[in-house]
Design a protein. Structure first.
Length: 75
């Protein structure tokens, strides 16, 4: 994946985000494999989680915790 390649995820309006922080955001999967399936997406296009900076990886994991709390409340 080219770092300058456009990402369809970055075109999703903020109004559809479940939650976000400065480096990533979460959305409900449009094709869920299970109820509550959520995607956590970095704001910077990277090929894999392992290509994220340390700060991005920490932001993703922090958002995963927030998503879990929200899903526990809603499901």
């Amino acid at each position: 994946m080219r770092p300058d390649a456009p990402s369809p995820f970055l075109e999703i309006p903020e109004a559809e985000w479940l939650c976000a922080n400065s480096l990533c955001f979460a959305i409900y999967d449009r094709f869920p494999v299970s109820p509550g399936h959520v995607l956590v997406i970095t704001r910077r296009v990277v090929p894999t989680y392992f290509d994220c900076t340390t700060a991005e990886q920490a932001a993703v994991m922090k958002l995963v915790g927030e998503v879990k709390r929200l899903l526990d409340e809603r499901l």
